[in-house]
Every structure is written in C-alpha cells, then in structure tokens.
Design a protein around this ligand. Structure first.
Ligand code: ADP
Ligand code: MG
Length: 687
C-alpha cells in the first residue's frame, strides 16, 4: 500500500486506535499532519562521550558493547529490573532498566549500541538508568544525532513520537506539497521542501536546522502575507456607503482646543477612506494622551452628517461612560444625538436606548459589548470605531461589523508596537500614526525607588493631596492569596485597608478592582473623577484610557511585576492635566534586567521607545506572548525576531498576488490551499 499526505496515521506501525486518539488531541490525524508537527526543541545527542568522561547529572550519548548477558530480576510485584554491563574502548559501566523487561531480549551480548540518557552513579563509577538504546548498525533516529523534542500528549511516549515522524517522512516524503512557487524558492535562496521537512525534524547539523527553519519561517510569513493581500483585495471589491465629504473645520471649530497636525492628518486619512467606494479599515496608533478620541469623534460626526449611524465600542464600562461623556460634549452642540448602551444599565433603560438605535434617533452609540447583543439593531450602521483594540475580542469586532452592511472600521490602539513592526504586522490595514502630543504636555517625572523611600513618598502624597491633587496607587493583586501568601506582593483589598487605618487615616481612600460589579466600579470611578476621593487604590483596571486631569501622582507597587508597556499605560493616567505629574515605581526585587527596565521608564516618556526597550530586554516571548495584540498565531515564525524575513516574504507575496490575485494559476494550487487554511484559522484576527 502506498501512502500519501492524506493517509490515516494508523498506517504507521505501532499506531492503533488508542494512540490515534491521543494523536488526534495534538491535531494529528493524517500523515501530512504528522510530518507538519514540528519539534518544540532539540537535544544534541550527536557527541559520543567515552565512559571515563561521563559526568553524573548530565545527559550523554555513549557507544558501548554489551559485555554481560542482561539479567532480569523480579524485585516484587510491579518492579522488574534488567541489569547489564557495557564496555567501550577503555572502561565498563552498569546499565539498568526498570520495568522494561523486554530489554533483556533486545540487547544482545557482543553487539554495539548507542545509549542515551541521564548519567547517574558517582564520578569514576557512572551508571545509566533506562537509557534509550539503538543498534550501532541501524541508522540513528534517537541517538548519535540531534534529536527532536516534541510537545506530547498523554499516551504518547517521547521515543514513539520520534519514530512515528521518521516513518511518516519515509512514507510520504516524496509527496510533500510546496506552497512556495519555484521562482520564489530560487530567488530567495530557500531550501527545497523535502530537505526542509527532513531537517526540521532530524537535522544533520545545527546549520542544516537553520536552513530548514528559515524556509519554514519564510513559508509561513509568505502564506500569511498572501492571505492579507487577498483580504485587502476582497475589501476593495466590497461596496461601502460612500460619504460625501464635509469640511472637518466645522467639527474642529467646536472643540475647546486646536487639534494637533497629527490629529488633522489622521482625520484627513480617515475622511478620504470613508468617501471612497470601499469600506475603510484603518488603525489609528498613538501614544496614551495623544488625543485619539478626537479623531474618532470626527469620523462619527461625518457618518452622522451623511445620515448614518456610528458605533463606538469601548473595552470596559468605565471607559464607555467616559467616552460617552466626551463624545456628548463634542457632538451634541453640533446637533447630534449620542446614546450610551452598556450591560450594567437597567433593563427598561436599555430597551429605550435600543429603540432609539433601531429607530435611527441615536446618531452615535457608545457602548461595551452590549452593542453586540442580538437585541441591538441599528437603523443604518455605517461606521464602527473600536477603542484599544488589543482589549477587544476580534470576534466581537467582527460581530459588530455584521450589524451594518460592510461598515467602515476605525480601530484605535495605544499599544506602542515598535514602529518597524507596526506597518508590517498590521499588514494591509491602513495605519495613521499620531506621533505628536497636544502642546504643553509636560512629561511625567518618573522615579524608580525601593522601600527605603517609603516615608518620603508617603509625605509627598500628603503634600500633593493638601494642594488639592489626587493620587492613584496600583497593586498587582486584588486579594491576598491565602493558600500562597506572597509576603511582599500588595493587594488592593489589604493594602487599602492598611493605608486607611495606619498610614493616611485623614485621607479619603477608595479601592477599585475588576472583581467588582460594573455599577460599583463606575460609581467609585465617578467619585474619584469628581474629586470626592483623594486616593484610589486599584488594580490595573485603570490602565486603559481613564481620564482624571486632577490626578498628579501614580504610585505603582511591586512595579517589577508589570510589563514596561503596561507601566507606560498606567503612567498615562497622570499626564492629562495642567499640573506637574509624577510616577513612582516601587520595587524591592531587583535583578539586573528588572532594574534596567524600570530605569528605561525613568529615562523616556515615549511609548514607542519603551516598547522597543521592552522587546530588547525581555525578548519577543513576553511582548508577543499573549494574543491580545490580535496577531495571527504563527507556528515557526516570530514577529519580533523575524522582521527581515517578514519584509522579504511580504514583498514576494505582493509581487505574486499582483500577478495572480485569486491564485487561479494551477502552479499556485498548493499555495491557494494553504492561504485558505490560514484565513479560516484566523478569520477573526485578520479581518
Ligand atoms: P488617547 O489618545 O490616550 O485616547 P485622549 O483622546 O483621551 O487620548 O486625549 C487625552 C486628553 O487630551 C483629553 O483630555 C483631551 O481632551 C486632550 N486633547 C486631545 N487633543 C488635544 C489637543 N489638540 N490639544 C489639547 N488637548 C487635547
Ligand atoms: Mg483613549
């Protein structure tokens, strides 16, 4: 029987019903999926160590001849031991197998084997326990080479996985499809598919592994770029409600300040998009406090002036309320009706608002995910604005878009992705960058301090409050975790109680965290915004967007537990008014990296620079660790470290898509399949 990529994995020797089930959990049902299941790491077993040089505690590969007949003894029920001795050129050593009685017959006296395992025993008297063994004369799959390490599931022993992949490659290696056009492979000096699959699993050398990896990184990013280009083309084929242009000055004129030129540029970009025939898909990126809301408001205004509705989605109830207030102030004087719709509203109130939306009375609707509820119907939704998109399920954004007929989409993000990456990552999304802060903004003066400064900082808090200012205190946790008390990690509940009782009994202190009910949170936030409390002890729920111009100081406890970009967002809470403002970062743990990170915060107020520093210090794992950024999930490629390949692959993809936008050329059939797959897998993310 000959096998191909679609052949069931049970084709492979040793895979029956049970193992097939376990493999299915890893997403492997066919040979094609098996050979595409890449290792998560590698172990170098290519170096053969003489017995006399073995170091107890380290793993090593030994080439030895079986010197004594393996002896099986049954110690007790459930414990079998096989013992034997092996020799190499100079020395002999003991090998023991626990509960692997079959080894007694597998290892033959006088034959040579590679053994790989962790060395036990003492210096001078090393031992191997349960080592992997392979006959010297048989090609080394598990020993004597660089060996792949796979992510496993229950019921799948490690050695079994390696052998299965080996068999899979042998069975269908000649039928591997190559999504890359031959010309691209040649032009970019990439490895052939067969070589790449062989060496990503069983690299002959580290160099071969690099070549294989580079090919798959390129392949993955190339397919992604083709998908993005295809989707852009798809958007361009859709028809949107095309707005007739209005002079933005009549909107700007109503503002209490002059827009910055960066704000004007972003508004112009968006207006141009929305007057076109195709739906806008624009990302506005700007540091905290750069004034993105004005840009969104201008777009809502244009939609309303054209007789349509705009929906403005915020990630939290607090933010929705704040935006509602801001947008009402900007737009109601211009004759527009702004409505608020959140999950926390009373049923009757909600119903009334929904009626206003479906009847077309509301021009602009600000809300949380309640906007997505089936009960919310729009009269004529033509624009969707999503604030802080990294906090939004992309699925949610897509759901909202479906409420209108291909509405224009404007996404606002303060996630300071390093400039070099932003354009590439967001691919075919159009981007406006607001790279200018409103005039007169003073940088937040930032200090990284230790416990020895506690008294001085407390005195500073008292002084600021006496001057009429307000203060944020941020803690990493909500409650003390009783099962696992972490002495020095502060929690909102305990620390705010302590501050009230022991430190600032004279101050008005409130606390806020994500476990509270939306209504409760909103009340506490409103009271703080109205100046009714002096000190707000909170988790990072205040991280995004919340605006209290009178707050002049933010103190972050256990600052080393936060990401730099997160600290930057937090600091953004206090650069909003005309007062000099401060950020104090407390930390007691100080590794070198953690110290450098906090110092970076003190040196600059530029979110983009901080993001770059974060990336440099912590590596891409942390920066891109979560999927919050809304990027598609990559198997091999890494957006942070593979920028050069990304650039190359993207260019190649654009060239190809220009010539064959729908991938109809039979030569591109394999590519077309892969593009479809990646689009299906990332439907939410890529739109
Ligand atoms: P972000 O980009 O973080 O969402 P906001 O839109 O909330 O920023 O704006 C931050 C603050 O700056 C708000 O109080 C807003 O009124 C103010 N602001 C925005 N644009 C200007 C401007 N051009 N001049 C002065 N103040 C501005
Ligand atoms: Mg904002």
């Amino acid at each position: 029987m000959s096998a191909d990529l679609n052949t069931d994995v049970r084709y492979i020797k040793g895979i029956g019903e049970t193992r097939a089930k376990s493999l299915e959990k890893l997403g492997i049902t066919t040979l094609g999926e098996l050979v595409s299941y890449f290792p998560r790491a590698y172990e170098d077993r290519s170096v053969i160590v003489p017995i006399r040089e073995l170091i107890p505690g380290e793993s090593a590969c030994v080439l030895g001849t079986v010197a004594t007949q393996p002896r099986l003894s049954r110690i007790r029920r459930g414990l079998d031991i096989v013992r034997l001795a092996i020799i190499d050129e100079h020395d002999t050593m003991a090998v023991t197998y626990f509960n692997q009685s079959y080894m007694k017959d597998q290892l033959k006296v006088g034959e040579s084997y590679y053994f790989y395992g962790r060395v036990g025993g003492k210096p001078g008297a090393p031992e191997l326990t349960n080592p992997v063994a392979e006959k010297e004369s048989a090609a080394g799959t598990l020993t004597g080479r660089i060996v792949p390490v796979y992510r496993l599931a229950a019921g799948i022993p490690r050695n079994f996985m390696q052998r299965a992949v080996r068999q899979g490659l042998d069975a269908c290696g000649d039928t591997l499809p190559d999504p890359l056009p031959k010309r691209v492979v040649a032009e970019h000096g990439l490895a052939r598919a067969r070589y790449a699959y062989e060496n990503i699993h069983f690299p002959k050398s580290p160099g071969d592994l690099d070549i294989a990896r580079r090919r798959f990184i390129f392949e993955e990013l190339f397919v992604l770029s083709c998908a993005m280009a295809g989707m852009k083309a798809g958007r361009d084929r859709k028809n949107a409600l095309s707005f007739s242009l209005r002079d933005p000055e009549s909107f700007f004129g109503g503002l209490p300040f002059r827009p910055t030129s960066a704000q004007r540029r972003a508004v112009e970009d968006a207006f141009r998009d929305m007057s076109g025939e195709h739906p806008m898909s624009r990302l506005v990126q700007g540091d905290v406090g750069s004034g993105k809301t004005v840009v969104a408001a201008a777009c809502c205004w244009l939609a309303a002036k054209n007789g349509h509705q705009a929906a403005f989605m915020a990630p939290t109830e607090i933010l929705a309320q704040q935006h509602y207030k801001t947008l009402s102030e900007m737009l109601e004087p211009l004759g527009l009706h702004v409505a608020l719709l959140t999950g926390g509203m009373k049923a009757a109130e909600k119903r009334r608002t929904q009626e206003a939306i479906s009847g077309g009375l509301a021009d602009v609707v600000v809300g949380t995910h309640a906007l997505l509820s089936e009960k919310t119907e729009f009269h004529s939704l033509a624009l969707v604005v999503a604030d802080e998109q990294h906090r939004f399920g992309v699925q949610q954004r897509a759901a909202l878009s479906q409420k209108g007929k291909s509405p224009h989409v404007l996404v606002m993000s303060a996630t300071p992705i390093p400039r070099t990456l932003a354009l590439l990552i967001y691919g075919e999304l159009d981007v406006s960058i607001i790279d200018e802060l409103p005039p007169g903004r003073k940088p937040v003066r930032t200090f990284a301090v230790g416990e020895e400064m506690r008294e001085r900082i407390n005195a500073f808090i008292r002084r600021l409050v006496a001057e009429g200012r307000q203060v944020f205190v941020i803690c990493p946790m909500v409650d003390e975790n009783e099962e696992n008390p972490q002495d020095d990690v502060k929690s909102v509940t305990e620390y705010s109680a302590w501050l009230r009782k022991e430190v600032f009994p004279e101050l008005r202190i409130a606390s806020l965290h994500g476990k509270m009910k939306p209504r409760e949170k909103a009340e506490i936030m409103d009271a703080f915004a109205a100046g009714e409390t002096d000190l707000l002890v909170s988790t990072t729920v205040v991280e995004v967007g919340v605006d209290v111009p009178n707050a002049a100081l933010i103190v972050v406890e256990n600052a080393d537990r936060f990401g730099l970009s997160q600290l930057h967002q937090l600091r953004g809470r206090v650069c909003r008014g005309e007062h000099e403002s401060y950020c104090v970062l407390f930390s007691s743990h100080g590794g070198e990296v953690s110290r450098q990170r906090l110092e970076a915060m003190c040196k600059t107020n530029d979110g983009f620079k901080i993001a770059e520093e974060d990336l440099r210090l912590r590596g891409p794992g942390d920066f891109f660790g979560s999927r919050q950024h809304g990027l598609p999930e990559m198997r091999v490629a890494n957006f942070a470290t593979d920028v050069n390949i990304l650039n190359e692959a993207r260019q190649a993809a654009q060239e190809l898509m220009a010539g064959d936008p729908e991938l109809k050329d039979p030569e591109n059939a394999a590519l077309r399949l892969r593009v479809r797959k990646i689009v299906a897998e990332n439907e939410d993310t890529l739109n």
